[in-house]
Design a protein around this ligand. Structure first.
Ligand code: ADP
Ligand code: ADP
Length: 227
């Protein structure tokens, strides 16, 4: 069994008058530490599938396993998110933003500082701990968002278009940083993007969603010997 296992996932949204089928028989195995991408047009079901993986709601049919545990709204795994916006709290310092999730799950504050410093070092921003978000560029803030996500040691990272608000140079830099950092921490990640160049540059495998209703097709795989 892989680290993330999707077995025969089907999903339909129901309203009083009709059912809309969004996902049809999605099967996927992702190994621990692997980086894969999902690409596909808007409305093809990417967010629906990420939400099912996160256990936000159950799929109509099928099973999700993360690290051998079956995921459901009653048994969610620790998931890290990176989204298009950084959602840093403007009135908190960078260090406070990085440790915000840690404060919720454990109270030993000494270790929080150590974790924050190590992560800020890892993302190449060792000196910004006492700064406020408005003092950093968009690319720097997304790096802080990555650090905040890693601070809670999630099992899987779901990256939903995290580069789309950045200029091209910042985007390329952040892509490299994300790949290197996730490798260093041996994290499993799924990137959702519209950009095939970004997907191929970053991932070991790329899956294309077809719409009406969504099914997954593997379109690209780096041979293992090149990874
Ligand atoms: P993507 O993330 O690829 O843009 P989504 O998963 O958001 O796609 O949506 C897939 C389809 O399901 C779309 O047609 C969308 O309109 C529909 N959909 C999404 N959420 C709901 C919902 N809560 N109720 C009904 N239909 C929905
Ligand atoms: P050039 O032909 O200007 O040297 P590249 O060979 O670097 O450009 O890339 C060609 C195209 O491939 C770029 O315009 C870009 O759209 C895409 N591309 C290359 N690398 C990446 C990447 N890391 N992320 C996203 N897109 C990329």
């Amino acid at each position: 069994m892989g680290f993330l296992e999707l077995e025969h996932i089907h999903h339909s949204y129901y309203s009083s008058t009709q059912a809309k089928e969004v996902l049809r028989d999605i099967n996927l195995t992702i190994q621990e530490g692997e980086f894969v991408s999902f690409i596909g047009p808007s409305g093809c079901g990417k967010t629906t599938l990420l939400s099912i993986i996160a256990g936000l709601f159950p799929s109509t049919e099928g099973k999700v396993f993360i690290d051998k545990e079956e995921i459901s709204p009653h048994n969610q795994s620790l998931i890290g998110y990176m989204l298009q916006q950084d959602y840093l709290f403007p009135w908190k310092t960078i260090e406070e933003n990085v440790t915000i999730g840690l404060k919720i799950i454990e109270r030993n504050k000494k270790s929080h500082k150590v974790t924050a410093n190590a992560l800020l070092q890892e993302i190449g921003l060792p000196h910004v701990g006492s700064y406020y978000p408005r003092e950093l560029s968009g690319g720097m803030r997304q790096r802080v968002a990555l650090a905040r996500t890693l601070a809670v040691n999630p099992k899987i990272l779901l990256l939903d278009e995290p580069f789309s608000a950045l200029d091209y140079q910042s985007k390329l830099k952040l892509e490299d940083l994300v790949v290197e950092t996730l490798k260093a921490y041996h994290k499993t990640a799924i990137l959702v993007t519209h950009d095939i160049g970004e997907a191929i540059a970053m991932s070991e495998r790329v899956f294309l969603f077809s719409a009406n209703p969504g099914t997954l097709h593997r379109v690209f795989e780096i041979p293992t010997e090149l990874q």
